[in-house]
Design a protein around this ligand. Structure first.
Ligand code: BG6
Length: 501
């Protein structure tokens, strides 16, 4: 963990007994506690509607939740019992918010806190505007110490709603107080992209239109929508994954070197990339939706058969996009993005395919094919990278074969939320999404939602999306690369046929 300084504070979670707190925030806070970042003065205040819940009930709930995550030490139990508090929010009326404000002050007084507060909105998106408004109206947007507002994704559901939400936030909170979460930015391997690009002199001179043929970014999941039909039916893959997670991977891959490793420099480079992307045409986007199929030998239902999904739903569970960046570095280099649920396996990869050598020296040898060098950065699972290169096959006739150089992390990675919460508490905004960035990315994608409304092609669960995705790529004279697992990363290249099986 980096050596960051965390001052004593109160961590207020709106939605304090929800799924996000249970699965992500609590384990992340517990790890920070174990690493010595949270001392005995700092407290956690859960705010929720849960009927009958009080301090004692919340402390037990937190201990049980941590035990489920395999974190059941005596120290953590003592921490929950001495530093956790609960305040009910009832129906979210003004008097309920007054209750929250009063409770915050009481806890701060009793524990000698100086007024540093993180206000975390672990709430459904519809609850963001009323909550921000009530917190602001009560004056909870400032305190004697620092106050930071943390907002979960999705931030808006299109350009208009994102603009409105940003305006509302800025009514009460400065941008410097606002931490928009995209948990992909907390992933160690996503940050490693920056280290890889700007900590090595080897690749950066090649990272441009002179040397790179195309870039493919894949975020594939084998899971379906699980029990989230209520949310997913109103979201779809473009809002759920592309506008945020894939766009972060895209901008980090394409951006210029920042002037410094700090929030302002990095975020402004990312915004510049988004502003240089050409408008996406209808022919550059394909939507898909999973039909029944087989994954890992198991029969799974289609999206429309999932509980809570409309029988005629056209919501997309797969998106493939081609982005063109009109700047000096990337003019003419397509960036292909794809994401989907119920694909053959879970993998997040960035594949950078370099151009072929300018002269084909070996053309006089029959069947001596030269493959382009491919750099594959695997963000999960099996985090690391592979670089393919051509070598001569031993013996005669003269032939080339492709081999990979591998690097794999073998250490345990910090949880993404652990990294992000530490940064919230330390006041470092580098890994959080700026208002301008949200707006620039919605500006890019909103037309897809409202102007083209692409029809979702069905694909059987367990395939790499609908067939048309591969046909379109073929029309560009390229193939989607197999997102190889570390064990099968030998080839670096793959045929269309392999992809479709
Ligand atoms: C979430 C999406 O933001 O990211 C989910 O809402 C998706 O639909 C998840 O499954 C993927 O995150 P990860 O960290 O498992 O790649």
């Amino acid at each position: 963990m980096p050596a960051k300084k965390v001052e004593p504070h109160l961590f207020v979670v709106m939605g304090g007994t929800g799924d996000l707190m249970h699965r992500k925030l609590l384990p992340a806070l517990a790890r920070l506690r174990e690493a010595g970042y949270l001392n005995n003065h700092s407290g956690v205040l859960g705010v929720a509607r849960t009927p009958g819940m009080d301090d004692a009930g919340f402390r037990k709930w937190a201990c049980d939740a941590l035990a489920e995550e395999g974190m059941a030490s005596e120290q953590l139990r003592t921490w929950c019992e001495t530093s956790f508090y609960f305040e009910p929010i009832g129906h979210g009326d003004v008097k309920d918010y007054h209750g929250v404000a009063k409770r915050i002050e009481e806890i701060e007084k009793a524990t000698n806190l100086s007024g540093n507060r993180a206000l975390y909105l672990a709430l459904p998106p519809a609850a963001f505007p009323p909550t921000i408004t009530e917190l602001g109206k009560l004056g909870l947007n400032k305190s004697k110490g620092w106050t930071r507002l943390v907002i979960e994704k999705p931030f808006g559901r299109d350009l208009q709603s994102a603009l409105e939400l940003n305006a509302l936030v800025h009514n009460y909170f400065d941008e410097s107080q606002t931490y928009r979460i995209d948990h992909y930015l907390g992933k160690e391997t996503v940050q490693n992209l920056l280290a890889f690009r700007f900590g090595n002199a080897l690749f950066e001179p090649l990272w441009n239109r002179d040397r790179i043929d195309n870039v493919q970014i894949t975020v594939a999941e084998d899971l379906g929508i699980e029990k989230r039909a209520g949310y997913y039916e109103t979201a779809g893959a473009l809002r759920d994954m592309v506008q945020n997670h894939l766009t972060q991977l895209f901008t980090l891959t394409a951006m210029e070197a920042p002037a410094a490793f700090d929030a302002d420099s990095i975020r402004s480079e990312k915004v510049k990339v988004l502003r240089s992307v050409m408008p996406i045409g209808p022919e550059d986007v394909i939507f898909g939706q999973y039909a029944p199929g087989t994954i890992n030998g198991k029969q799974v239902p289609g999206y429309r058969q999932e509980p809570g999904v409309a029988k005629e739903s056209h919501v997309e569970t797969f998106v493939a996009l081609k982005l063109a960046i009109a700047n000096w570095r990337w003019q003419g280099v397509p960036f292909y993005l794809r994401t989907g649920k119920r694909l053959p396996r879970r993998v997040t990869q960035i594949a950078v395919t370099f151009k072929l050598p300018p002269v084909s020296l070996f053309r006089s040898f029959d069947s001596c094919l030269v493959h382009p060098n491919v750099l594959i950065i695997t963000l999960q699972p099996d985090e690391g990278f592979d670089l393919s290169f051509e070598v001569k096959s031993p013996g005669s006739p003269f032939q080339l074969e492709t081999h990979n150089m591998h690097f794999r992390y073998d250490s345990v990675m910090p949880l993404a939320y652990q990294t992000l919460l530490l940064d919230v508490l330390a006041g470092d905004q580098t890994l959080f999404v700026h208002a301008d960035e949200v707006e620039a990315s919605w500006r890019l994608y909103s037309p897809l939602l409202y102007e083209y409304c692409p029809l979702a092609h069905q694909y059987p669960a367990g395939m790499w999306g609908p067939g048309i995705v591969h046909t379109r790529m073929g029309q560009d004279g390229r193939n989607w690369l197999v997102p190889a697992s570390s064990k099968s990363a030998e080839s670096g290249n793959a045929s269309l046929k392999e992809l479709s099986t």
